[in-house]
Design a protein around this ligand. Sequence first.
Ligand code: ATP
Ligand code: MG
Length: 905
Amino acid sequence: MLSAKHIRSDFIDFFKSKQHAFVPSSPIVPTDDETLLFANAGMNQFKDIFLGLAQPQSARAVNSQKCLRVSGKHNDLEEVGKDTYHHTFFEMLGNWSFNDYFKAEAIEWAWELLTKVWGIEPTRLWATVFEGDPTQDSPPDNEARSLWPKVTNISKDRVIFGSKKDNFWEMGETGPCGPCSEIHIDLGPERCDKQNVPGHTCMVNGNCARFIELWNLVFIQYNRTKEGRLVNLGANYVDTGAGLERVAAVLQNKASNYDTDLFMPVILGISDITGHKYTAKLGNRIDNAFRVIADHIRALVLAITDGAAPSNEGRGYVIRRILRRASRFGRELGMHEPFMYKLVPVVVDVMGDAFGEVKERAEYVSTVIESEEASFGRTLDRGIEIFAAAAERASESPQKTIRGDDAFQLYDTYGFPLDLTQLMAQERGLKVDKAKFDKLMEQQRERARAAQKSVQLSLNVADSELPVTQDLDKYHGDQCESKIIGWVDNEGFKDKGRIASDAEMGLVLDRTCFYAEAGGQVGDCGTIKSAEGEFIVENTTKIADCVIHKGRVAQGKLAVGDEVRAVVSKDRDAIRKNHTATHLLQWALQEVLGKSVTQQGSFVGPAYLRFDFTYPKAPTPQELRKVEKLVRQKITADLPVTSAVLPKEEAQKLGAMALFGEKYGNEVRVVGIGAAGKDYIGGAFSKEFCGGTHVDRLGFIGGFKIIKEESISAGVRRITALTGQVLTDYLEQQSDIVDQLSVMLKVPADGVTDRVEQLLKENKRLAKELKSASAAGGADIMAEARKLLDDSPKIDGSHIIVGQLSASPIERAREAVDMLKKKAKSAAIVLGFADGDKVTLLAGMTDDLVKKGLKAGDVVKAIAPIVDGGGGGRPQMAQAGGKKPEKIEEALTKAKELIKEKLQR
Ligand code: ATP
Ligand code: MG
């Protein structure tokens, strides 16, 4: 059998033999494209070439791109599991021509690889070409249509026309675009999964599993103008994409992508963990759960490796949604504890050779997944109950729709992403009131915005409008002479006239010594003065290569052409100290905690520095002390700091650290600590790719202290530290506090700790006394529950804990059931209590009894009518309400009988 690994390298080697250069996959999290959440096609990393903004390194390229299709234009999330050939994460094999070869070669080579190298029977393949669209001013692709039978042995009648939807590619509403030719395979009539759908006909693009698209050849030859017209692009590009998983299924002769060696190890892993068997059928819950989990764990491992981490917004929320979705499917396989993280090594095994980074970050990825599973797991079961109640209400309603309020509560309190609620609703033939949900979301966002209330100047300009600012002076000092060449406001860039004095704006100079926010270092503040006016700079940012001084005219008047003096505020020195200290901190962390520490982000401002890094657990206080000590030793040694601009390869050879996933140009600036002179960067103990401003000698930093260490997300730690004058002020304040304590407690400073310890002990003792005094009077239902356990009879080692408690809040009673389950290990629990004339019955079963067929929901349903009530719930936990307190004992006796009967059978 041809392994997927083999297929991948066949593809790459084939195109290498046709003079294509191999280009590694770009990260799934794009580094320099804000418009894209995740890489979703091989072309993403070449976008600038098609737009004419960048030159290709070589005229022909081949690669295997990591793709994630879960958002935006390409979203296949809903398909996953239901069909067997759409994944969230998949690999797209591709070959590229950057204005080199065109349609004839692209078609000929794709055909050669499929039919000659891989031996697919030509009669199984179909090709589609663009039929044209007069309303869009787009002609049919007659060129490709006549080329297909000419350069390949495909029979003419299997080259067919396709619509704009399938056969025309465009980057956006305007810009590069062109027709494409897709290659589909006919897998045989028995593979149709729509046989029972009335009116279905099997055909290319007919939307069934018999005909599957394998490879898409895109011919980028046009440019769509703002007016919607097509003009020639002036260049011909080829951009192709073939799904590795689909090709593997065909070449390995498997019934689906999930049966290939890319997925089977993961499927078997799930089987090992859950004890369920995969039977490869469509349309049943167990197999479906297998497929979804296998798909999602691959997506999670690959995306988290590339720097996406679960969070509440943007990319992070997409990752969180995928994980929670998979977690819920885990329940279908009986998994109530974190389990997906156990699949990480399997995925690493399958994917690690092609993508080395997956191996390197495996431990981190596993930590992130486990803790995210654990945190969702805590609310998932309760959420499923809430959902069940909402679904019941919905199925009784005429619209068969789950209320927006319910969906929002599930989202807000139980962490259910909307698509998860929708999916669960769909399984029961219900809909969700999304409009209401969206409205509630918007209201919540409004509240958050109101709470934030920071006014921000939004600069609305295109990169190409802006001039280039010479800003090397930032490295040499904090003052320079310059000239105003324009300004930016909400309307765009202006290069003439007087500058309005009442609005916030961004001033543009021909040269500047201001540092624009980048690489974690904040933008500079300061002033820009002319003979007639003064501008206060509140922040400095960069758009493309233009430095923008944001702020306002403080006095007098300013106009384009004015000679000015730019002066950076004194904060700059504090910033420099913190930035160099950040480099020292990263070095020291690696010394103490090991090389697995990698930077995840940083913030360098005048008041403090913050450094985020990957590390699976909290460093110990001793380790942190050691880090501080190392940093201080270097500061005291007053070593020099140098920088040099080097070719990227050379910098890498010297061992300079780059930020993971960051895209750098060919020339990079490297900051080195501990060796003098530009040529000595190699000898420096700390070397980092960095464009920031730094001290010249370490002694200037004047001290270093970590004031906080915390976890910001799974596997990511954050250290906050101080240097310089801010540190001195901080230490003074701390020492004032000790002085005050010493006066208050009437002990010398070095006796404060002992005295406080003594007081705390005393306090604890008193609290205990108080508690036992009050317990003697009031009700303590935990104690009552424990008593029930002590007195409970046993059958086959299982406790039967049935009894009445004092009135208590329901949450507390649930806790009592949980506590009893834990303590007894194996137990059937039924508790009842009355509050006025309201009765509550609660039942809980441990998993072993549920397996024996004893379900909490059944018991509650059977006894609730006795107290004139009703209810239900899950096999593990259920609840009912009622109205007849005098009947509680009778209900409980009945419960006891039921349980005994079940257990004695
Ligand atoms: P489909 O119509 O099957 O969804 P597509 O038209 O969206 O495919 P393209 O965007 O042209 O596909 O992507 C190129 C190739 O990548 C496809 O021919 C297919 O082999 C593969 N591919 C696309 N989407 C997926 C996916 N979700 N999972 C696996 N492979 C995919
Ligand atoms: Mg698609």
